[in-house]
Design a protein around this ligand. Structure first.
Ligand code: ADP
Ligand code: MG
Length: 284
């Protein structure tokens, strides 16, 4: 199948790359376990992430995508290598520095449920975002307006959500609530790790459009993680193919996907016709 004729949607969204690097990884490695049980989940990875770009990291299950995402987010420590944020070596050793760093980089994960504290009501989830952005002292009415706006951005009604818990929502609604959080937090960088793999095709397209709209509105830089190379083509400027903890091929989405060089990339592309049936965005 000729991916080019099927999907020019992706190409239209691509824009020139900024010259400013917001996040840089050099020789980043993560080893789990010891001796015989040793797994090199991320193996000597370099990355230059430019401000405002959308990149996809694509690879099969177990290739190290989530581990790399967690390293970038500072949720786990690297075994070797260095991560720089805005040109400086990242320092997240103390709790307060980590919190400061998380104002700049946020994530949405595959399973939205795991990302919420189950004891917190939706109001608290959203209020925390406002507080984190320094809005703790704002008048109550203004906070409600901000939460209402964030919910309406993702087609949720704040009035209907107050006093409810995230687990009372459907999967698609939970995923949208995650995006409402991002709307309030306005991080510079968003890591979206397989954010649409648990929801139906219709919600999937909506979620992606919301993310892309948010990217445009707040100038966010996005790291999109997926095993779905067709999806990567649809959303990203640059694509990084990950195999066994390494980037085996990278470049502009058009170069990597329309003109793949590595056998592994070609193999991932073999699944595309199937993916496109699932991903028929023209009908939603
Ligand atoms: N906490 C952990 N302890 C031990 N091994 C892990 C841990 N997390 C991930 N791994 C291993 O690291 C490798 C990469 O996993 P992961 O980053 O989750 O891949 P992906 O997200 O691409 O599916 C796998 O072999 C996985 O079993
Ligand atoms: Mg994963």
């Amino acid at each position: 199948m000729d991916i080019k004729t099927e999907s020019n949607t992706g190409t239209e969204k691509r824009r020139p790359r900024s010259t400013e690097i917001c996040l840089r990884a050099r020789g980043v490695t993560k080893v789990f376990g010891l001796g015989r049980n040793k797994t090199v989940a991320v193996d000597n990875v370099d990355l230059d992430l430019y401000k405002g770009e959308v990149i996809s990291i694509v690879g099969e299950s177990g290739s190290g995508k989530t581990t790399f995402a967690k390293l970038l987010l500072g949720l786990i420590n690297e075994s070797e290598g260095e991560i720089q944020f805005l040109g400086k070596k990242r320092d997240i050793r103390s709790h307060s520095k980590r919190r400061e760093y998380w104002k700049n980089i946020q994530a949405i994960f595959q399973d939205p449920f795991s990302s919420f504290n189950i004891f917190n009501k939706i109001d608290t989830v959203l209020l925390d975002c406002i507080n984190m952005r320094g809005g703790r002292r704002l008048p109550r009415q203004q906070k409600i307006e901000m939460m209402t706006e964030a919910c309406s951005f993702v087609n949720l009604k704040f009035e209907e959500l107050t006093n409810k818990y995230p687990f009372e929502l459907s999967g698609g609604q939970q995923q949208r609530l995650m995006i409402a959080r991002i709307f309030l937090l306005k991080p510079q960088i968003l890591v979206a790790d397989e954010p649409t793999s648990m929801i139906d095709a219709c919600s999937r397209a909506t979620i992606l459009d919301m993310l892309m709209q948010l990217r445009d509105e707040i100038g966010m830089t996005v790291i999109f993680i997926t095993h779905d190379i067709g999806l990567a083509y649809y959303v990203s400027d640059s694509v990084y193919i990950m195999e066994r903890g390494r980037f085996v091929e990278s470049g502009s989405a058009d170069d990597v996907i329309l003109n793949p060089k590595e056998p592994y990339t070609k193999r991932l592309l073999n699944d595309v016709p199937k993916i496109y049936e699932e991903w028929d965005l023209s009908t939603v």
